[in-house]
Design a protein around this ligand. Structure first.
Ligand code: NAD
Length: 500
């Protein structure tokens, strides 16, 4: 049975207590799952169970969808004006700010990311995102079209309706805010499923959503497994849109389920194998530091991770030496230790998956230049790993590993590196390092990626769109662009005097 989770944090970086109901959040209430079953939530730093949370079923999805529809028709949707939606989102941002340390601590405990990163990035960016979309809520408008003088034609950007949102485990709170912000700002109601591996911040957020005053049914949380709850959302006949962030494999299933059910609208934010290109004329020290951040940030569990590092032949040896030194200097350890840069991988599954990729790299003849092994004896820690002597067909060069594992590849010239960098099914992000502005921008423009960073990596902002080319996704999150994914355009034509 789902109960209340209470935890006392007594760590060097945060001391405090959290306590919250671990039920589903449906129609403004915390409830048990209809089968009364639970899911164990594990601390990746120890491998031990932290708590149990309620497990939703397809039946609970039906109940949540009904609640969302009721709210959409009565208290939300076209019934709540932009100013009201903005006010509630701003209130939520304030409550998140009030509980920022607690949210960061829960995220570190549940996901394994360091408390420092969870404070500086995940929670800060999540709050910024909710506040950014609060600003948009009363600025959603259509256009007036000139036709003729006896006609008035205009468009309305109406909310789509009930939106299903399915999110991954790598940035649990942040992905929730990227999804909720634009959906609520535009007047949609939400049925959200967090990852079964990292549900805690999403559950904690529901109490804040409640306190902010969102009408019951506006946001519903169904914690459960992908093949049950996720599948029920993506195939639901009364869900009008599904927004998904996760692997390309599951993204395909979502698209198929949407097509086979009610042809619901979809947006997909999927995987990546991002190239990071470093030319001879780059600022070497900066390139080394950014490259390390590119691949090791969030333990390599970032969709935009710069996992293929292409280095021009003139600086290859020096880069590799300095990059190795930098990689060695990053402390792997307890998420609540202020000196830790890298915590454990999120789960045993993910740990095993990464180790399998490392083994495949060895089996296919690549050289383990650094790491490739477990760190410590408890939890799911993996040492920063560098592969060299790879060939383009190797799995570690083509597939998303989603761990602290980078391949360093030598290239000769611009055409050569662009061909290699674009030789992937993914197209999420890319980075280029050069002090020659023409070379840097030419390369950025020729890369097939939704984001191209110049002399930096992994930079994300609430007002800058993010999303993928090719098999990295459909649609954009963040910025004004995300609003288009949550509104349906209606044309209204008014006869001002044409006689039939
Ligand atoms: P995943 O695809 O395994 O799971 C994502 C979510 O989908 C989870 O909530 C899961 O329960 C659910 N799910 C699983 N099977 C399902 C099914 N059959 N039907 C419906 N839902 C289902 O991904 P993950 O391992 O949680 O996250 C890592 C992936 O997410 C990586 O590939 C990463 O690149 C991607 N990601 C992309 C972005 C982006 O913005 N492009 C951001 C973060 C993560």
């Amino acid at each position: 049975m789902a109960t209340v989770f209470t935890h006392e944090f007594n760590t060097p970086v945060y001391k405090g207590k959290t306590s919250f109901n671990t039920g589903l959040y449906i129609n403004g209430k915390f409830v048990e799952g209809s089968d009364k079953t639970t899911i164990d939530v594990t601390n990746p730093a120890t491998g031990k169970v932290i708590t149990k949370i309620a497990e939703a079923t397809a039946k609970d999805v039906d109940i949540a969808v009904a609640a969302a529809h009721k709210a959409f028709e009565t208290t939300w949707g076209l019934n709540a004006g932009g100013a009201e939606r903005s006010r509630l989102l701003l209130k939520l941002a304030l409550l998140m700010e009030e509980h920022q340390q607690e949210l960061a601590a829960i995220e570190a405990l549940d996901n394994g990311k360091t408390f420092t990163w969870a404070m500086d990035l995940d929670t800060t960016f999540a709050i910024d995102t909710i506040r950014y979309y609060a600003g948009w809520a009363d600025k959603i408008h259509g256009q007036v079209q000139e036709t003729d003088e006896k006609k008035l034609s205009y468009t309305r950007h109406e909310p789509i309706g009930v939106v299903g949102q399915i999110i991954p485990w790598n940035f649990p709170l942040l992905m929730m805010s990227w999804k909720l912000g634009p959906a609520l700002a535009t007047g949609n109601c939400v049925v959200l499923k967090p990852s079964e591996f990292t549900p805690l911040t999403a559950i904690r957020m529901c109490e804040l959503i409640d306190r902010a005053g969102f009408p019951p049914g506006t946001v519903n949380l169904v914690t459960g497994y992908g093949n049950t709850v996720g599948a029920a959302i993506s195939s639901h006949m009364k869900i009008d849109k599904v927004a998904f962030t996760g692997s390309t494999l599951v993204g395909r299933k979502i698209m198929e389920a949407a097509a086979k059910s009610n042809l619901k609208d979809i947006t997909l934010e999927l995987g990546g194998k991002s190239p990071n290109i470093i030319f001879n004329d780059a600022d070497l020290e900066q390139a080394v530091n950014w490259a390390a951040h590119g691949i090791y940030w969030n333990h390599g569990q970032a969709c935009s991770a710069g996992s293929r590092i292409f280095v021009q032949s003139g600086i290859y040896d020096e880069f590799l030496e300095k990059f190795t030194e930098k990689s060695r200097s990053l402390k792997v350890g307890d998420p609540f230790d202020v000196d830790s840069y890298q915590g454990p991988q999120v789960s045993k599954n993910q740990y095993d998956r990464i180790m399998d990729y490392i083994q495949s790299g060895k089996d296919q003849g690549a050289t383990v230049h650094l790491g490739g092994d477990r760190n410590g004896t408890e939890g799911y820690y993996i040492n920063p790993t560098i592969f060299t002597n790879t060939t383009p067909d190797m799995k570690i060069v083509q597939e998303e590993i989603f761990g602290p594992v980078g391949v360093v590849i030598k290239f000769e010239d611009e055409d050569d590196v662009i061909r290699q960098a674009n030789d992937t099914v993914f197209g999420l992000a890319a980075a280029v390092f050069s002090q020659n502005i023409n070379r840097a921008l030419n390369t950025a423009h020729r890369l097939k990626a939704g984001t191209a960073w110049v002399n930096c990596v992994n930079q994300l902002h609430a007002n800058v769109p993010f999303g993928g080319f090719k098999q990295s996704g459909i649609g954009r999150e963040l910025g004004e662009y995300a609003l288009h994914n949550y509104t349906a355009v209606k044309s209204v034509q008014v006869n001002l005097g044409h006689v039939m």
